[in-house]
Every structure is written in C-alpha cells, then in structure tokens.
Design a protein around this ligand. Structure first.
Ligand code: ADP
Ligand code: ZN
Length: 291
C-alpha cells in the first residue's frame, strides 16, 4: 500500500511515498516559493502515484480545528504568499484522497513516538531548534492543539547575564526563538552555529535558554521525555550542558523515575532527520483509517 507524505517547510517541500509500516520508499524536495509556483509541482509529483491518503506536516501557524471554516489553512504566516492558504483543500481537490494535517513539529513528534526511540510514549515534547524554534506536544496520547496549537517556541525567558544580544524575533525580540534559533546564534556571534563548534561561550548561552524553556515545559506539561531535533541540535555538546542545567534548575523539587535518567529524559531525535517526513506519512495512514 502506498501513502503520500508532505513535509511543508518555509524553504522546501519534501514530498515522499511510503508504506503502511513507515518505510519511506522515495522522496524529492521542491523549493518553497509561492503557492502558484510550488503547489502544481507537488500535485504533479503525487498525481499518478496511486496513493491511498496523504499526510501533511506543515509550517505554521495553521488552522487545525476541524469545525472551523478555515480548517487546513496556513493562516497568519509572515511568509506573505502563503497567508490564508488552503493547503489541505487544494491537495484534497487535486488528489481525491483523505488528507491528514498537523504542524510540522507535531509531525516530527508523531514520527518519533510511532517509529523512533520514543515509540509508544503518550506524554512527550518535541522541540526543534533550527531556523525557528517549534514545539510538538503529545499528552495522554493526544496531540495538543487547543485554541490554535503550541507556540511555546516564543515563550519569554530570563536573559543570560552575559548576553547583550537584542534578539531577532520580529514580534517579541528576545523570546526563546529570538534568542536561541539558528539565526539568533548567527546574529549574536556573526557566524553560523556549525562554524562555532569549539566556542564554549556560544553553547553556554544557548544551553541556558534551552534549559530554561525545558524546565518550564516540565512544570507545565509533565512530559515523560523531551526530544530535541533541528539543525542547531547537531551540536552534540549541547545535550550534556542542557541536562546539567535542567537538573540544577529543578533543584530536586520533582521526584519521578524518568528524571533519574537524564540521558534518556532529554534525548536527541532518533530518526536521522527523517522524523518529519515519517510523521507526515503516519498522518496520511491515520487519515485513511479515520475516513
Ligand atoms: P529548518 O528549521 O529550516 O527546517 P534546520 O532544522 O536544518 O532547518 O536548521 C537550520 C539552522 O540550524 C540554521 O540556522 C543553521 O545555521 C543551524 N545549524 C545547522 N547545523 C548546525 C550545527 N552543526 N550546529 C549549530 N547550528 C547548526
Ligand atoms: Zn517570538
């Protein structure tokens, strides 16, 4: 059985085919420009592939409320051509198959809890630290949507005492994303993260912000695991720093067996950067089952 998966990102659209066991059999990448240019290429790719359903993990904000008139739309994105764009409707009309839809980060989390090292976990948080900071949340086996969906990447933080960087979130300046996403590292230090591997101060500041965010998330959501992915998390030295800082911040207040093993509690994504596309595939498989 063949299913379609679309990981819709701000710079590229990854289109893939896969089977009911989560195996990706082929994939292509199409640049994200405007809907007029990009969407026909995506449709062309999936059109004659006989897919049973399509899953889309999408950059946001998106409307996930099935009762809403704009369900399946990309809504208030700063990527202007995609503002109020009905991505689910367009794909459904073109392909005439069930379409599953969620945020890109919930998609990555779905990949991890279905096919990855966190298989079967019903309470977990996935944080991507890349061009932006995004969070996917599953609690009691359900993905958190609520009013819109989590935007915890924009949570407010205390400044690192040595950090004078103004932050680069266009809405909040020095929120988590404004201080810790890849472009913030580049803005603060004048070089990209992968060129700063050996500079300890970079990772000291970076890990402080991520540890603050994770500590807040632990208190609010009580997750059984925190999974970290995205380009910035390729800096492996961040993991021990974050674990150490989170342990220090919790200061022994919470008692749970999960917290006794910080190496597994705060863990890298396990699917080699395929968690997003594999999660999108699962969104398609689930959409068929629900149709
Ligand atoms: P996106 O968020 O657009 O999907 P990525 O998750 O690949 O993309 O993240 C891209 C960001 O990650 C860029 O800002 C890049 O500089 C940063 N990055 C990539 N590799 C590394 C690395 N090894 N260390 C730190 N930062 C990195
Ligand atoms: Zn922000």
């Amino acid at each position: 059985m063949v299913y379609g998966a679309l990981e819709a990102g701000g710079t590229k659209m990854v289109c893939a085919l896969g089977d009911e066991n989560g195996k990706i059999t082929e994939q292509v990448s199409i640049p994200t420009t405007t809907p007029e240019e990009t969407m026909p290429k995506i449709i062309e790719y999936f059109k004659d592939k006989n897919i049973r359903a399509l899953g889309i993990g999408c950059f946001g904000p998106v409307d996930l409320d099935k009762k809403s008139a704009t369900y399946g739309y990309i809504t208030s994105t700063p990527k202007t051509p995609w503002k109020n764009y009905n991505i689910v409707g367009v794909m459904k009309d073109a392909l005439k198959v069930p379409v599953g839809f969620d945020t890109d980060v919930n998609g990555s989390l779905l990949g991890e809890v279905t096919y990855g090292a966190s298989k079967g976990l019903e309470d977990a948080v996935y944080i991507t630290v890349g061009t932006g900071v995004g969070m996917g949340i599953i609690t009691g086996g359900k993905f958190l949507h609520g009013m819109i969906h989590s935007e915890a990447g924009h949570m407010a933080l205390l400044r690192h005492p040595k950090d004078k960087y103004e932050g680069r979130c266009p809405f909040h300046h020095d929120c988590l994303e404004g201080m810790a996403a890849g472009p913030a590292i580049e803005g603060r230090w004048g070089k990209k993260g992968n060129e700063l591997k050996e500079n300890d101060e970079v990772w000291e500041i970076e890990s402080e912000y991520l540890a603050q965010a994770i500590t807040n998330l632990i208190y609010v959501l009580s997750p059984r695991r925190i999974i970290l992915g995205g380009g910035v998390m390729h800096q492996e030295s961040l993991f021990p720093l974050i674990r150490e800082k989170v342990t220090k911040k919790l200061n022994g207040y919470l008692k749970a067996k999960e917290l006794e093993d910080m190496d597994s509690y705060i863990t890298p994504a396990s699917l080699h950067d395929d968690q997003g596309i594999m999660g999108a595939l699962k969104l398609g498989i689930d959409a068929e089952a629900e149709a």
